[in-house]
Design a protein around this ligand. Structure first.
Ligand code: GLN
Length: 198
């Protein structure tokens, strides 16, 4: 079995930071901007950035339908911050902003007040074990509601900031902007298990 290749959606946002974090976690990262590149990866990260911009670019690059098809087909997919917004089924107060509608959560954009608007906060993530994880929040969303079958893996200030539904993971924070590689390794293990089960 070949090395698991993890794509990073390269339309906008902190793409390089994720590719570097994947490299540190021992994975082959690949920037994904076309349908062909999407077909070549085993898993995908949608990075942080600006969700209204990416919503438009998804259509310009004709990636919306193939992305939804691959995600619904079981490809492990992780959205960080803007990426989680793009994956969600609902953006609170913004019904006209298009999303991929695959992660059954309602998110509130730019939700945290000044305290964690752009800050590093220690997070208790039982799934990772060990010491608190440094959560980097940059104009981050929180998860306001979760649908059935969505697990909440971490809370901050009583709000869900890490959720998983089957093959889809969403985090409000940016593990690619820290030197702590546990989240990328955890995602990598998950991708490898998915690949060997396929
Ligand atoms: N505030 C951005 C948005 O709503 C997300 C911020 C981020 O990804 N760091 O699109």
């Amino acid at each position: 079995m070949g090395k698991t290749s993890v794509g990073v959606l390269g339309l906008q946002g902190d793409v390089i930071e994720h590719l570097e974090a994947l490299h540190r976690a021992g994975l082959a990262g690949l920037e994904v901007k076309t349908r062909e590149e999407l077909q070549r990866v085993d898993a995908l990260i949608i990075p942080g950035g600006e969700s209204t911009t990416v919503a438009k670019l998804l259509d310009r690059f004709a990636l919306r339908e193939p992305l939804v098809a691959r995600i619904r087909g079981g490809m492990p997919t992780w959205g960080t911050c803007m990426g989680m917004i793009v994956l969600s089924t609902e953006i609170v107060g913004m019904p006209d902003q298009p999303t991929l509608g695959v992660l059954d959560v309602a998110v509130l954009r730019n939700a945290f007040g000044r305290q964690v608007e752009s800050a590093e906060v220690p997070l208790d993530i039982p799934a990772l074990g060990g010491s608190p994880f440094p959560g980097v929040f940059i104009r981050a969303p929180w998860v306001e509601r979760v649908g059935e079958g969505v697990e909440v893996l971490c809370h901050l200030q009583g709000k869900a900031v890490m959720v998983r539904q089957g093959n889809i993971l969403g985090t409000s924070f940016h593990p690619e902007l820290t030197r702590d590689g546990r989240m990328h390794r955890w995602f990598a293990d998950w991708c490898m298990r998915a690949k060997s089960a396929a």
